[in-house]
Write a protein that binds this ligand. Sequence first.
Ligand SMILES: Cc1cc2nc3c(=O)[nH]c(=O)nc-3n(C[C@H](O)[C@H](O)[C@H](O)COP(=O)(O)OP(=O)(O)OC[C@H]3O[C@@H](n4cnc5c(N)ncnc54)[C@H](O)[C@@H]3O)c2cc1C
Length: 357
Amino acid sequence: MKSFDSIIIGGGVIGSTIAHGLAERGLHVAILERKEIADGASHAAAGLLGVQAEWDEYDPLYEMARKSRALFPKVAEKIRAKTGVDIGYEVKGIYRIANTEEEFERIQQIRSWQVSAGEEAWLLSSEELKKFEPNVSSEVISAVYYPTDGHVLAPALAKGQALAAAASGAEIFEYTTVQQIVVKNGKVEGVQTTEGFFPCKQVCIAMGAWSTPFLKRFNEDYGTYPVKGEVISLKSNRPLLHAPLFLKRFYIAPKRYGRYVIGATMKPNSYQEDVQAMSIVDLLQKAFSIVPALQEASWDRTWAGLRPEANGGRPYMEAHSTIQGLFVSTGHYRNGILLSPYVGEYMADLMVNNYVY
Ligand SMILES: Cc1cc2nc3c(=O)[nH]c(=O)nc-3n(C[C@H](O)[C@H](O)[C@H](O)COP(=O)(O)OP(=O)(O)OC[C@H]3O[C@@H](n4cnc5c(N)ncnc54)[C@H](O)[C@@H]3O)c2cc1C
């Protein structure tokens, strides 16, 4: 088996973006993926770049999310130039809506700290919102519009990153399940897989919700757990919304070709990727109460995916303190698509700077 400088375990958006960054920095990289590229959470994601829509309180990850969002124009351009893939990047803003007095208070508080942090956030009355989005129900009493939040087509982004990595010399091995990371004398020597042994100097664990057995090598307390999200998309020939609507953790996101993505449930600790009928009923009821015209739309499809939540609630993005060549990048939970450009740059720099020839 030929040898690699760096092996990335997991071909989701996180692993593929790191591989792209490393290949561009001149390392010989392989992505090992047990199924196909972008088959995990990165396939299920709605693709919202909701920095302001997702963060209710200020924390350090918010800063990372802002930096990452700012990288998307370049990412979209680079992937298109290197691979021809269109990641569907659009900046149409996101509305955070309120349908109760309590929620109205809440969105005003959130708006206030976000404006202090230097972001744009426009408070709209129900009438003002209706001028932009006439199909929104009168149950919506107010909204804050975040003009800088955008969205992408998540599977296209993840595949685009993998193809861009390949265009810079990375090799992709699908249907290759990593069984063990082999360490000798405190150094990474390679990985054992269903397709044989792959020698390498560095390994990065980027296996999303399935990372736990490998993370334990870092620290017994480390681990990820899945938070299942079920989603439905509808189709309509009529334009029903211009920009995504957020209500707490629920959203309706207009996508290309008349699709409306409605999501998503939050079910911790389930590795089953089935879609329950009742979850879809709940999602549709909520969606119809906010945009009644969606009742005339037709069924497109349903799906589910597993968000990788970290045990400590913060993503792991680091080098092992004693094992040379071992790295981890996972646990990006609800925002892995949004965070991926920043994570890719950060991890590629970290791995290149710690590369031992
Ligand atoms: C319903 C839903 C909606 C979402 N919406 C958004 C959104 O709008 N915006 C946003 O920013 N984020 C969103 N997310 C979150 C986002 O999808 C994730 O944070 C992100 O995709 C995680 O990427 P990842 O590469 O870490 O994991 P994954 O995409 O899950 O990739 C991990 C990969 O590792 C592979 N793997 C596992 N074990 C092995 C092994 N032993 N050997 C080899 N390969 C292995 C898996 O097959 C998988 O392909 C959403 C998630 C869900 C489920």
